[in-house]
Design a protein around this ligand. Structure first.
Ligand code: IMP
Length: 200
């Protein structure tokens, strides 16, 4: 499949920035849902795949362009996989309507402390859905295992990055450069599969 223009079906600037970086070396014009003033798609699915498909297929229909939906989230073992598909909504909203992830991380650490458990293991999952008008949607998945740390650290990345330490490293994702994060992250791993399929 030859992609010339790709719409990222997300209004999450952190996510869009990572996706732009991952596709920078390919000859494809990447535009975001914000760039095209496309509507927000309500995430009514109960799995990452359902939501990724929903975002990509809705905006592909709306724009007539190939669209990439990314649904991702943090699954914490001691919380039975929560917040999972509800990771964005786990963050309380500030007065300006923006999600506050600083408060979300405090809430998460508070929940784990209350559980009085030593098991702070967690993973990030990412499902990418590539919807091209008149074609079958393609789906690519990635996952990274690690643990939640009790102190936030680092100022790079977005979302829960300051409290997530991937297995095999002694620093949180918020201390990784974008290139380092892309090599091991859930999104980087899902993208490696997409790139193999669409750009190799
Ligand atoms: P959604 O896929 O737009 O529903 O949002 C996913 C949410 O999961 C984000 O708002 C973040 O809170 C969290 N998340 C997904 N990927 C990452 C990541 O790479 N780092 C940190 N948080 C992430």
């Amino acid at each position: 499949m030859r992609l010339q223009k790709l719409v990222i079906a997300s209004h999450n600037q952190g996510k869009v920035a990572e996706i732009r970086d991952m596709l920078a070396r390919f000859d494809v014009e990447v535009v975001s849902a914000d760039d095209l003033a496309l509507p927000d798609v309500e995430e009514t699915g109960t799995t990452f795949e359902e939501n990724a498909r929903l975002k990509a297929e809705t905006l592909a229909k709306f724009s007539g362009l190939p669209c990439l939906g990314d649904d991702s989230g943090l699954c914490v073992d001691a919380l039975d996989g929560r917040p999972g598909v509800y990771s964005a909504r786990y963050a309380p909203k500030d007065a300006d309507g923006k999600r506050n992830f600083d408060k979300a991380m405090d809430k998460l650490i508070g929940e784990l402390n209350e559980k009085k458990t030593d098991n702070w293991s967690a993973h990030f999952s990412c499902v990418l859905a590539l919807a091209v008008p008149e074609q079958e949607t393609k789906v690519f998945e990635g996952r990274v295992d690690g643990r939640i740390v009790p102190e936030k650290s680092g100022n790079k990345g977005f979302g829960f990055d300051p409290v997530f330490m991937p297995d095999g490293f002694d620093k949180t994702f918020a201390n990784f450069t974008p290139e380092e994060k892309a090599k091991v992250s859930h999104r980087g791993r899902a993208f490696a599969k997409l790139i193999e399929d669409c750009f190799a």
